[in-house]
Design a protein around this ligand. Structure first.
Ligand code: CU
Length: 143
């Protein structure tokens, strides 16, 4: 190994460590999902959703403690075809619902018909982790 290679390796390690420290990277295997709700399910109003999380924590939005690197809050993407830009705060509107208080369930009344549901975790500034904690996108039919 020549000197240039060694310097390049040191720089690669340093960059990786710095990225991990600031990117709120969830550990491998961390995930979010809808508890007890399968893709293709037929549901009735009011629709009760339970948000599962594993390998990462829940903390209210705006939390500035050390915990923010190991926890976030849920966002429900309702009938969203294209996921939001993962490098920016998640939008807040009728299709991007924030659970700022660290809620892990929700009760919704949805128009009859097909709807897609997906969970996306966000940090204290509502930005997705890197890589994002994004659930499988499921489709439910409200009768
Ligand atoms: Cu948020």
């Amino acid at each position: 190994m020549n000197k240039a290679t060694i310097i390049a390796l040191i720089m690669a390690f340093t960059t990786t460590a710095a990225t991990q420290a600031f990117a709120h990277s969830p550990p491998k295997g961390a995930r979010v999902w809808f508890i007890g709700l399968e893709d293709g399910a037929v549901v009735h109003n009011p629709v009760k959703l339970k948000f599962g999380i594993e390998g990462f924590g829940i903390t209210p939005a705006g939390t500035r403690s050390k915990k923010r690197h190991t926890a976030g809050h849920h966002h429900l993407l309702l009938d969203v075809d294209t996921p939001p830009n993962l490098d920016e705060p998640i939008p807040s509107d009728a299709h991007h619902i924030h659970f700022d208080q660290g809620e892990t369930e929700a009760v919704l009344t949805l128009p009859p018909g097909k709807h897609t549901l997906q969970l996306l975790l966000g940090d204290e500034d509502h930005e997705p982790q890197d890589p994002p904690l994004l659930s499988e996108k499921i489709t439910v039919t409200v009768e």
